[in-house]
Design a protein around this ligand. Structure first.
Ligand SMILES: *[C@@H]1O[C@H](CO)[C@@H](O)[C@H](O)[C@H]1NC(C)=O
Ligand SMILES: *[C@@H]1O[C@H](CO)[C@@H](O)[C@H](O)[C@H]1NC(C)=O
Ligand SMILES: *[C@@H]1O[C@H](CO)[C@@H](O)[C@H](O)[C@H]1NC(C)=O
Ligand SMILES: *[C@@H]1O[C@H](CO)[C@@H](O)[C@H](O)[C@H]1NC(C)=O
Ligand SMILES: *[C@@H]1O[C@H](CO)[C@@H](O)[C@H](O)[C@H]1NC(C)=O
Ligand SMILES: *[C@@H]1O[C@H](CO)[C@@H](O)[C@H](O)[C@H]1NC(C)=O
Ligand SMILES: *[C@@H]1O[C@H](CO)[C@@H](O)[C@H](O)[C@H]1NC(C)=O
Ligand SMILES: *[C@@H]1O[C@H](CO)[C@@H](O)[C@H](O)[C@H]1NC(C)=O
Ligand SMILES: *[C@@H]1O[C@H](CO)[C@@H](O)[C@H](O)[C@H]1NC(C)=O
Ligand SMILES: *[C@@H]1O[C@H](CO)[C@@H](O)[C@H](O)[C@H]1NC(C)=O
Length: 376
């Protein structure tokens, strides 16, 4: 194949790296040979074929792999003489000299030379800087992660209590001056509203049911700048991060506190005859009080005195796997014996004493039964 370089005017095409595509123009309006083929090449590559078009369509079996699926030419290129090549997703190393030629298999006529420049999205010094920055970030994130408990403990005050205390105080005091009408809002870790104080009084309507009748704040919190919250009968499930916030659209002040309510852990193997879930008190318990034990799913497990009005509870009480000592209200020992504990019995158990539907004592125990679901 002899090559004739004729009116092969050079051209420079510039494109940014990451562009969708770039067009390498090549227009030819002269007489074409019989049975022509049109070829785009890059002489510095091997194989040098970028795209080849025959009369019956593309012939890409000798195409250089790096251009696979990325080149195209108008379907009617040989009819119109528009031999321009579209190169998709140009990359840095696509930069180079492309030549557009037409041939009859013997003679090759070079129609156009295109010098393609693919500009770096980031100059290399910027990339180096970016890499450095990312490294610094990764290292500091690692350091933070490693010491995160230390950092978080430093920031968040912790309040730890045992389940069974009557109430717990979540502190929130400030030196910031707070306007009289400001809204105060306490939220829990699940973003539920715990307590709202606005227009100079508590607003129980906005509060989540979980916290109904269990929260209070001191009088005049905005004046005293003491927005601490009292939470009654704290339960293990109340554990989490609480946020105290003043302001509505504009946040004037925000503080967080980590509450942990602990319950004694009782561990047994599933083979044992019985397990004792402790619940003792020195409080005076009036004779008419009702004692109930509930499991982690809030199902009644045992009720004292025997013979609840609620048929559903009666049903459970009759399961006969649970018992309490005699005269629990007099002795103050409300502990529950659970016979043949199974793995599925594991969970948080709540011992609750109430009179006239008012809770006067609440304690919890974490039972963990090791072993299988069923024991033969
Ligand atoms: C890329 O090529 C493969 C086969 O080589 C083909 O199946 C696929 O459809 C092509 N993708 C595009 C976008 O042309
Ligand atoms: C040649 O074809 C390309 C791609 O289809 C098109 O963008 C361009 O406008 C055409 N040029 C002429 C002169 O028709
Ligand atoms: C492309 O051609 C120009 C002259 O037309 C030349 O200076 C340059 O070195 C060539 N580039 C490559 C990559 O061959
Ligand atoms: C919490 O809920 C309030 C009101 O429903 C909402 O405005 C706020 O964006 C929520 N915050 C988070 C962290 O989800
Ligand atoms: C709160 O107080 C403001 C001003 O005193 C009053 O405009 C607004 O209606 C009050 N909002 C409620 C819900 O009472
Ligand atoms: C209280 O919280 C529960 C659980 O997140 C949610 O399903 C319920 O809608 C909340 N109720 C109110 C009144 O916000
Ligand atoms: C809260 O107390 C009020 C008044 O004592 C009572 O009507 C209401 O049922 C209580 N709410 C809950 C969830 O116990
Ligand atoms: C458990 O159920 C009782 C009675 O249905 C209800 O008064 C109590 O609020 C429930 N406790 C929880 C934590 O859902
Ligand atoms: C509870 O009362 C029922 C009848 O009301 C009786 O059959 C059952 O033995 C009693 N259980 C205990 C533990 O006293
Ligand atoms: C009582 O227990 C039985 C068997 O466990 C159950 O089928 C029935 O629905 C229960 N009744 C009530 C009122 O919960």
């Amino acid at each position: 194949v002899s090559s004739v370089s004729q009116h092969a005017l050079g051209g420079v095409v510039e494109v940014n790296e990451g562009a969708e595509s770039v067009l390498l123009p090549c227009i030819y309006s002269d007489i074409q040979p019989e049975d022509p083929f049109l070829i785009w090449t890059r002489s510095d590559l091997s194989p040098n074929s970028v795209h080849l078009r025959r009369e019956n369509g593309d012939d890409l079996k000798n195409q250089n792999q790096r251009f696979r699926n990325r080149t195209s030419m108008n379907p009617d290129a040989l009819d119109t003489g528009n031999f321009s090549l579209t190169l998709r997703k140009p990359e840095q190393d696509d930069g180079g000299n492309y030549s557009c030629s037409i041939s009859d298999g013997i003679k090759e006529l070079n129609l156009k030379q295109i010098h393609l420049k693919v500009k770096e999205l980031f100059p290399s010094w910027a990339s180096a800087l970016l890499v450095l920055l990312v490294l610094v970030l990764i290292v500091s994130a690692g350091v933070f992660y490693h010491f995160k408990d230390y950092f978080l403990k430093e920031q968040l005050p912790w309040v730890k209590v045992d389940s069974g205390v009557k109430f717990v105080l979540l502190p929130c005091r400030t030196k910031v001056c707070l306007p009289g009408g400001a809204r105060v809002e306490w939220r829990d870790g699940e973003n539920r509203t715990v307590h709202v104080y606005r227009n100079g009084s508590d607003d129980p309507e906005e509060q989540n049911l979980t916290y109904s009748n269990r929260t209070r704040m001191n009088d005049d919190p905005l004046k005293t700048k003491d927005l601490s919250l009292t939470l009654e009968s704290p339960s293990v499930t109340d554990s989490g991060i609480y946020t105290c916030r003043v302001g509505n659209r504009v946040i004037l002040m925000m503080k967080r506190v980590h509450l942990q309510v602990k319950a004694p852990l009782v561990k047994v193997d599933s083979g044992v005859k019985s397990v004792l879930l402790p619940c003792k008190t020195k409080l005076y318990l009036p004779g008419g009080a009702r004692v109930e034990w509930r499991d982690g799913e809030n199902r009644t497990v045992h009720v004292y005195p025997n013979g609840s009005d609620d048929p559903e509870e009666q049903n459970l009480t009759n399961s006969k796997r649970t018992r309490m000592n005699d005269d629990p209200l007099k002795t103050g020992d409300l502990s529950l014996t659970l016979e043949h504990p199974r793995f599925a019995d594991s969970g948080i158990y709540t011992c609750r004493v109430s009179i006239w539907k008012r809770v006067i004592l609440m304690k919890q125990v974490h039972l963990q039964v090791k072993g299988q679901w069923y024991k033969c």
